[in-house]
Design a protein around this ligand. Structure first.
Ligand code: DP6
Length: 339
């Protein structure tokens, strides 16, 4: 069991893994609290993580929060998003006047096209709360992390995680379905582009309801969620794989048919999808895809097929590089501060 609370102090460091969703979070019912339209299920990733140190300035030396990400001081929207999240935590601790120094580091390049906000807001939440002696359990921490980035609610937990839609700020929380040891699945990201996405997920979530396909997707999820839970329970990839592909395609269908239309795919995305289907049809190669709000393709397989998958991806001309990960632990406090 890893740690979530510290002895009395104003500085703490936490590490949290990114996650890949099998049933996606797409669309918000209430954007102020990131209340989603549907439950989502994900796997927390062990090899891709964010480490964040938060030090609260109790002496009033800082006029504003100071945010450093991957060695660069950030301002504008990025810093604002951190400050807004810290505001929620300041309010919980009734320390409205405290400012914080935040130093955050990703062990994967922010420009790799892999979403960093899930791991970033999970690590920020755990470090900022611990440094104010707010000793919350993981469920409560997931509710707080959700306010920073919806998918961050899931990164509070390790392994296989379900974020329940809920009805309000207290009930929309994540819970672990199984620890990572339950099933050692691999996620190999085929990187097609490292460019930052032109339309943020936050704006995309607001547009979901403008697609005529959105309601149909949401309606289909009650059964899909049950099937995904069952496939994970049975460790059955031939059952899980088609379900995760179906929901990734449904989510992108919603994106493409919204107003305005969002098209995150590039030609290379299709090249990988076609290759995966060909490999399965030609020689039953057991690998399945999912895609987040970007052009890169996550390939899910059992560890025994990872080497062969990497070899095959090498022959796909649009794949610039790959990043692999297995299941990871939930967010935890660590002792090595970043400053
Ligand atoms: C497509 O709102 O959590 O990855 O904009 O990075 O904060 P950020 O993302 P978030 O939306 C994630 C959407 C998704 C699907 C998912 O992870 O469930």
């Amino acid at each position: 069991m890893n740690r979530l609370a510290n002895k009395s102090q104003t500085k703490a460091t936490a590490r949290a893994g990114s996650n890949i969703a099998f049933i996606k979070y797409w669309g918000v019912a209430d954007p102020r609290i990131n209340l989603p339209l549907n439950n989502s299920i994900s796997l927390t990733l062990g090899a891709l993580h964010t480490t964040t140190t938060v030090e609260w300035d109790t002496a009033g030396a800082l006029a504003l929060d100071e945010v450093t990400i991957d060695g660069d001081r950030v301002d504008g929207k990025k810093a604002e998003r951190v400050t807004q999240h810290l505001d929620i935590i300041r309010q919980l601790a009734s320390k409205h006047h405290y400012r914080a120094r935040v130093v955050s580091r990703n062990n994967f390049p922010m420009a790799s096209g892999i979403a960093s906000s899930a791991s970033a807001f999970a690590a920020l939440t755990v470090a900022a709360c611990a440094a104010l002696d707010l000793s919350y359990d993981r469920v409560k921490l997931s509710a707080i992390a959700r306010r920073g980035s919806g998918s961050a609610s899931r990164s509070i937990f390790g392994g296989y995680v379900e974020w329940e839609r809920g009805n309000d700020d207290t009930s929309s929380v994540a819970r672990q379905l199984f620890p990572g040891e339950h099933w050692n699945l691999r996620d190999v990201v085929a990187i097609i582009s490292t460019a930052e996405k032109a339309v943020s997920s936050a704006s995309g979530h607001m547009m979901a309801i403008t697609s005529p396909f959105n309601a149909a997707r949401i309606d289909s999820l009650y059964t899909a969620l049950q099937e995904v839970r069952a496939a994970i329970t049975m460790r059955d990839l031939t059952r899980l794989g088609p379900l995760i592909e179906q929901d990734a395609l449904a989510m992108h269908g919603v994106m493409m048919t919204g107003k305005p239309s969002l098209l995150y795919w590039q030609p290379g995305t299709i090249e990988v999808l076609q290759a995966v289907r060909r490999w399965r049809e030609e020689d039953g190669f057991p690998v399945y895809f999912t895609i987040d709000a970007g052009p890169n393709v996550h390939l899910i397989c059992e560890p025994a097929f990872e080497r062969e998958l990497l070899k095959r991806l090498n022959t796909v001309s649009s794949v610039r590089s790959t990043v692999s990960s297995g299941p990871g632990e939930g967010a935890e406090l660590i002792d090595q501060h970043l400053f």
